[in-house]
Design a protein around this ligand. Sequence first.
Ligand SMILES: [Zn+2]
Length: 95
Amino acid sequence: MHKSDYRCLTQVKTSLAIKPVTLSDLVRANKLMWTYSRDCYRECDLDPASILLPSDYSVSLVGTRMHCTRCGSRKIKIEMTPELHPSGIVAMRSR
Ligand SMILES: [Zn+2]
């Protein structure tokens, strides 16, 4: 008999006031990062699991490690607020 060992997603209990939000926090919470180029206004939803940075990397610092694929700007704004739409802000707006 094969018993599947699946787990339901549970709410991430993070104290945002104490500890910075990390990439792994977003992955656990199943959130996307909304990124925004201050120079060309391109916005993009990124899967935090696809970012090639340590999982304990602070999300607020991720923007300093990225650049815009369209204009090359390093002025990237990243939002990771809890109210982000699970499938991404861009997908939500295109409806
Ligand atoms: Zn840009």
